[in-house]
Design a protein around this ligand. Structure first.
Ligand code: KQY
Length: 376
């Protein structure tokens, strides 16, 4: 593995959209007792369901810490590869590599700096040193060269791309004081253009209410095809989420993507608010003597936090009346894929959802043509 100090755009590499062809997917096994209630038993079952649904159409690799390797190997079916790798928690989206590919069939990783969603300003745990090594370790294991982008704080959940020159982020996250406070919005835009190889960055103002990542884009809005997005939505004007989703809709309605297209917005309903209960708090270990959750706290539940595999869309369910409606919308938007709903409250308690616990490894080679027809 070589550490590269050049820039993906200058080298002819770009980040493909998630709906382009994958070689596989990375997941990190849950273990941390202050993230996952009651020894992570229920979370592990949910992670297994996600991994199994993805493994039907692409290779899944699960990274497990030393103490959990045997359990992971036992709980996961044989077609899923389990490797021992230590981490601080289980958010493959945020600190596994962002992969870029070129037209010659080569693939490289990008290693951003990870500081647990805000470092000493408003980060969610300390230390984060093991997480921060995962991207390089994984690239080394794959014998994949990796771009050194450690001068820039970024999580994979804070970016989405359409594969045709457009990226989407939120101001709330990327301009937050705990990320890159010495860079302007324009400088951050240029950084993203250079590393993701995009021509346009759409800045949504906000994300999901109470999203502890400072409102990652992957919980509020996702590309379903070039020029098309799903936006987490509520019609309830009393809900604090209403103003946040409306602000995003206004931006999307006036924006054009890199190819000059207007953005078609599909509203994806939100479930009724999901709250932390007493029992969940009982089941969570404290961090530095402090509880990580409080009873009555609203969690950032959203159906937008889905993973697009080669053959499926793996989406969260919450046992809510809106589960079926949200599933139907995604079925219509992804007619060539099977939409699989995994009950995800036990993942949500950790602070994210299915997209947050997965990271795609794009296929090498000329994937562009396939991408254009992939949802058609
Ligand atoms: O990407 C995510 N949504 C992960 C957030 C994890 C927060 C740690 N509790």
């Amino acid at each position: 593995m070589r550490i590269l100090h050049s820039i993906p755009r200058e080298d002819g590499f770009r980040m493909p959209a998630e709906y382009e062809e994958h070689e596989g997917c990375i997941i990190i096994w849950p273990e941390r007792a202050d993230s996952w209630q009651y020894g992570a038993v229920a979370a592990r079952r949910a992670f297994v369901q996600v991994a199994v649904a993805i493994a039907e159409s692409e290779k899944v690799t699960v990274c497990a810490g030393e103490a959990q390797y045997d359990t992971a190997r036992e709980m996961l079916p044989p077609q899923i590869r389990v490797v021992e790798m230590s981490s601080n928690d289980s958010w493959a989206r945020d600190y596994m590599p962002t992969f870029v590919v070129n037209e010659e069939g080569e693939r490289r990783g990008i290693d951003w700096y990870f500081n647990a969603w805000g470092g000493l300003v408003d980060g969610l745990y300390f230390p984060w040193d093991k997480d921060n090594k995962m991207a390089r370790k994984f690239c080394d294991m794959m014998d994949t060269d990796v771009y050194d982008a450690r001068d820039f704080v970024l999580e994979g959940g804070s970016i989405h791309v359409d594969g045709e020159g457009t990226a989407m982020v939120t101001e709330a996250c990327l301009l937050s004081a705990g990320r890159n406070p010495f860079l302007t919005k324009e400088q951050i835009t240029e950084k993203l253009k250079a590393y993701l190889n995009v021509d346009k960055v759409i800045w949504l103002p906000r994300g999901i209410y109470q999203d502890e990542t400072n409102e990652h884009v992957d919980n509020i809005c996702a590309f379903t095809a070039p020029g098309e997005v799903v936006l987490a939505w509520t019609d309830n004007e009393e809900d604090p989420q209403y103003e946040l989703s409306l602000a995003c809709l206004k931006v999307l309605n006036q924006e054009r993507d890199a190819r000059g297209r207007r953005i078609k917005v599909h509203k994806l309903p939100l479930p009724a608010p999901v709250y932390v209960d007493d029992d969940t708090c009982e089941g969570l270990a404290h961090m530095d003597m402090e509880p990580t959750r409080t009873p009555g706290e609203r969690l950032a539940a959203s159906y937008v936090n889905f993973y697009i595999s080669n053959g499926a869309v793996v989406m969260p369910g919450f046992g809510d009346v809106k589960d079926a409606e949200a599933k139907k919308i995604l079925e219509e938007l992804f007619p060539t894929r099977k939409v699989v709903q995994v009950m995800a409250r036990d993942i949500l308690i950790g602070g994210g959802n299915i997209h947050c616990i997965t990271q795609q490894i794009p296929a090498k080679g000329k994937t562009k043509r396939k991408a254009e027809g992939i949802n058609a």
